[in-house]
Each structure stands twice: as structure tokens, then as C-alpha cells.
Write a protein that binds this ligand. Structure first.
Ligand code: XMP
Length: 517
């Protein structure tokens, strides 16, 4: 399904790194639909086919002077829609119009700029001097007469923004998409509303009926669709869309791998039933835990868990030959990531029931492939999922197996389950749960000597990890008030037997990942 056409559409051309998604998400939040194209797949035909009303060139980690640096043709200057280049995109546009880009000491982090043309629509509402966030080594040193400088860096005098005099083609050196550029959102809004004159008509929840019709049209009258539901918002929303489209020909399967959070199996089953979905419930916890016995390596744990899921689904599909489809809750970042530049690092193998469709000869249905998480949440609520559930923290497919460092044992699972429950409960009590991306406990094999009563007692160390993030790609540790941390630590050591020390993880991602392994 293609979504563009009816909605105002901005194409974001991706020059590598993680900027493109953030730009795209910010634009969607403003109410326009976006699609990301890798620079090497962008062409005037493709941009036209997608019904682009404006184009944004993203930042990227390379230098325009490097051999093999990502480029696009100068067709982009001849488009009849506005163009905004950001950071690398700004430098690329500058070279394309005959400007000079040079190496410099760079500007990193908070950078003040002086706006020279506050009357330009792009800078409506900006002050004379404003704070921005920059991250670049090269800079635009000069521009031809066809361009006008709109802003400069206060300290270095570097060109911070320009436009072509006779066309709405703009470049900005700073990153308007990050929250550290306080007026960045306003600038993007100006680009969309004032420069491009677009109507902000994109609402993900308005296309639920269209998604349902698409599914109905694709699935044969006697075919069934298997959906692996985990209780997460993506798989629950996928199942609800399929259910709305084909009713009882949805085969929802909920596998309990014994690595769920406290009370989770019951909660998920209750939610699904309240939404009219009666899943096949498979309690395979014993099987999973047996297979994980003695396994310390995290990627090995993921492989074992993935393989065991596959076996269970194979068995279900074998018993019902009408199952011809597998619906997955794949979201837009997964789709773009899987088409990423070859050689991109795979940091962890986040399994999404990988390999299953090919093995079973099933066709794949991914109704959420054009949506971001926050959009999926809105669709979920439009389908009747309670807000408290739609906004639950993400939980990894391999569950607590990745929150236990070293071998997964019943005892460590008990510790991590109870301790995580306390972390979540205290955050909810403090009204902070929905302010953070994830909050959980981790346990490994390290020990700490404790004093219980008058006795020395050796116990485990529990690490509490609470992070802020937009999408899980980067994260900061949450500055939780000391009283809340104190309460969490006190409750874990008093209520969870065998724990003598609680620590708080204060490392960002990168360099750490969010989960411990
Ligand atoms: P990391 O630990 O890589 O996590 O910083 C980034 C986000 O991904 C989640 N995560 C997983 N999700 N299967 C999943 O479905 C996995 O194996 C997995 N590992 C990490 C993590 O919870 C965080 O939100």
C-alpha cells in the first residue's frame, strides 16, 4: 500500500546516519506524511511518483570531499517543490550551486547563530540571536551570487543558513530536528506551512479503514492469517487490524516463553480477550528454560529463543493448512533499516520471528510498515486499546533472558521479575512511568556482602536501568529524583530475597546499549 497522494507529503532523502528518521518523525508530528528514500534510490521520477510536495536532504556522517561520499544529481535543484538541506544536505546543496565547502575545526553541540533575514518565511518567529545544535567538521565557506545568506554562526561567522534568491531551495547547517535546537520545530513548521504552503492533514488514525480494506483485499476468502501476539503494541495493533478485516480467520498465538514480566501472561490474555481476540495460548516456559540452561552468551540466547518460537509456529501452521499468511508488526524504522547501506553494523540481532515466513512458505503481511511507534499507538487507541496499554514501555522479544546477565536460572528470573515490578510500580506512583522510554532491573552473577540483622549475608547485585529515548537508537539515563531511587533501592533489598545491593546505571547509549546484553 502507498499512503502518499491524498496527504501532504514530504520526501526525506537519507544521506546516512540516524538523522533522516528524526527529521521524518518531526515532520509527521507536524501533520504531513513523509517517506524516506536512500540517496542512491532517489530520482526525479521516484520523487514524482510519491507525490512529493517538498523535499528534505538529511544530514549524514561523511564529508562532501571524501571519495565515494553520498551524492544526488542536480535534478534536485530543478524540482518544482521546495527543498531544505540540513547539515550534510546544506553542504551538498552549497557545492551543487557552485559554493565552496571547506574543512574546519568544526562546530559541535550548542551553537549560537545570528539571523540576518528574520523576514524570510523560514525564520518567522526566530529572534535575532538563537541557540541551535550543530555537529559538523566541514563548513560552507562561500556561496555564489544566486544565493543569499540568511544566518551565520555568532562565533565563527560560518554560513548557518542560506537560500537561493529565485527559488525556495534552502540549506541550514544546524539540526532543526533535535530538541536541543529550541526553535527547530518552528523552523520545520515554517518550511512546511509557509515555504511549501502545505495543509497539515496527516493523521495516522484516519487511515485505519483503509488499512483494513487493504488487508481484506489481499487475503483470499478461505485463507487464514497467523499473528504472533506478544502483548506489545505493535503485534496487538496488527492483530486488531487483521481481525477487523477478516474476523475469525485471524489465528492469534500467544507464546509464554517463561521470560515474561510479573503477571504479564494474565494481563496480556485479559487485554486481548477484552478486544475480542481469543489467542491460542501456548505455555512453553519449561521448554524455553530447558534450552537456555547453561547458555551464557546473549546472542546465543536470542538464537535459541528465535528457533524455539519458529518450531512452535511451524507446528501450529502444519495443523491448519488454511494458514497462508503471517502478519508481523514491522514498523517504519525496521523497513528502512533493513534496506540500509550494506555493511552497516548489526549491534544486536533483534529477532522478529526471523526466518519464519520462508520456512513455513507463508506470505508476509506488514500493515504497520509505514508507521512510527507513536503513530502505531494512536492507531491502537483508535482500535480500542486503552491508553495505559498503548503507552506501555517496549519490551524485548527475548524478554527477561536479555535482562539476566550470564546463565538464565529460575532464581535470577525471580529476582529480575520482582525487582522490575518494584521499579515500574514506584515510577507509576511518582507519576514518572510515561515520561521514560524503559525502566527495568537487571541481574548478573556478581555478589555483594550485606548485613541482615547482625549477620553477614552474601547476596546479588541488582542494576536499575531507567532511560529516556525517542526510538531506542540513542538513549540518556533518566535523572530520577533521589527519593524515588531511594525508595526503589530500599524496597528491592527488603522485598526481594537474596539481593544486597542496588545500583543505578548512569551510562548513555552510546557507548552502552539499553539492555545489558
Ligand atoms: P539496545 O539494548 O540494543 O535496545 O540498546 C534498543 C531497543 O531494542 C530493544 N531490544 C530488543 N527488542 N528483541 C526485541 O524485540 C531483542 O532481542 C531486543 N534487544 C533489545 C530494547 O528493549 C530497546 O528498546
Amino acid at each position: 500500500m502507498r499512503i502518499s497522494g491524498k496527504y501532504s507529503t514530504v520526501i526525506v532523502i537519507n544521506f546516512g546516519g540516524q538523522y533522516a528518521h528524526l527529521i521524518s518523525r518531526r515532520l509527521r508530528e507536524l501533520g504531513v506524511y513523509t517517506e524516506i528514500l536512500h540517496y542512491y534510490e532517489a530520482s526525479p521520477e521516484k520523487v514524482g511518483e510519491l507525490g512529493a510536495d517538498a523535499v528534505v536532504l538529511s544530514g549524514g556522517p561523511r564529508s562532501v570531499h571524501e571519495p565515494g561520499a553520498p551524492r544526488i544529481g542536480d535534478w534536485v535543484l530543478r524540482l518544482d517543490v521546495p527543498v531544505l538541506g540540513i547539515c550534510y544536505g546544506h553542504q551538498l546543496l552549497a557545492t551543487m550551486i557552485g559554493g565552496r565547502v571547506e574543512k574546519g575545526p568544526g562546530e559541535y553541540g550548542r551553537t549560537w547563530i545570528r539571523v540576518l533575514r528574520r523576514d524570510d518565511p523560514l525564520f518567522q518567529g526566530w529572534g535575532l540571536e538563537e541557540e541551535t545544535w550543530m555537529s559538523h567538521g566541514d563548513y560552507v565557506a562561500s556561496l555564489p551570487d544566486s544565493a543569499e545568506v540568511l544566518a551565520v554562526s555568532k562565533d565563527t561567522g560560518y554560513i548557518a543558513a542560506f537560500r537561493l534568491r529565485d527559488k525556495p531551495i534552502y540549506g541550514v547547517q544546524f539540526h532543526p530536528e533535535v530538541s536541543h535546537t529550541p526553535k527547530g520545530r518552528l523552523l520545520l513548521d515554517n518550511f512546511v506551512s509557509l515555504v511549501a504552503g502545505l495543509e497539515k492533514n496527516w493523521r495516522p488514525e484516519n487511515i485505519v479503514e483503509k488499512l483494513v480494506e487493504e488487508i481484506r483485499a489481499r487475503i483470499g476468502h478461505d485463507e487464514k492469517v497467523l499473528v504472533a501476539v506478544s502483548g506489545g503494541v505493535d503485534s496487538t495493533t496488527t492483530a486488531l487490524l487483521v481481525k477487523k478485516a477478516i474476523g475469525d480467520r485471524l489465528v492469534a498465538v500467544f507464546v509464554n516463553h517463561g521470560l515474561l514480566r510479573k503477571g504479564e501472561a494474565k494481563e496480556v490474555l485479559g487485554l486481548l480477550r477484552s478486544l475480542g481476540i481469543e489467542p491460542i495460548y501456548v505455555d512453553a516456559s519449561r521448554l524455553f528454560l530447558e534450552r537456555l540452561r547453561g547458555v551464557r552468551d546473549c546472542e546465543e540466547k536470542r538464537r535459541i529463543i528465535g528457533r524455539t518460537f519458529v518450531e512452535i509456529f511451524e507446528e501450529i501452521a502444519r495443523r491448519d493448512p488454511a494458514i497462508k499468511w503471517l502478519a508481523q508488526g514491522t514498523t517504519y524504522p525496521d523497513v528502512i533499516e533493513s534496506g540500509a547501506v550494506p555493511g552497516a553494523d548489526r549491534i544486536k540481532s533483534h529477532h522478529n520471528v526471523g526466518g519464519l515466513p520462508e520456512k513455513l512458505g507463508l506470505r508476509v503481511l506488514e500493515p504497520l510498515r509505514y508507521f512510527y511507534k507513536d503513530e502505531v499507538r494512536r492507531i491502537a487507541m483508535a482500535l480500542g486499546v486503552p491508553r495505559s496499554y498503548a503507552y506501555r514501555h517496549p519490551f524485548p522479544g527475548p524478554g527477561l533472558a536479555v535482562r539476566v546477565i550470564g546463565e538464565v536460572t529460575e532464581e535470577k528470573l525471580r529476582v529480575v521479575r520482582e525487582a522490575s515490578w518494584i521499579v515500574e510500580e514506584e515510577l507509576k506512583k511518582a507519576g514518572l512511568y510515561y515520561d521514560v522510554w524503559q525502566a527495568f532491573a537487571v541481574v548478573g552473577d556478581d555478589e555483594w556482602v550485606g548485613v541482615k540483622g547482625d549477620q553477614r549475608a552474601i547476596g546479588r547485585i541488582v542494576i536499575v536501568r531507567i532511560v529516556l529515548s525517542d526510538d531506542g537508537m540513542t538513549a540518556d539515563w533518566a535523572r530520577i529524583p533521589y527519593e524515588v531511587l531511594d525508595k526503589i533501592a530500599w524496597r528491592i533489598t527488603s522485598e526481594v530475597p537474596g539481593v544486597t545491593m542496588v545500583t543505578y546505571a548512569v551510562t548513555t547509549k552510546p557507548p552502552s546499549t539499553i539492555e545489558p546484553c
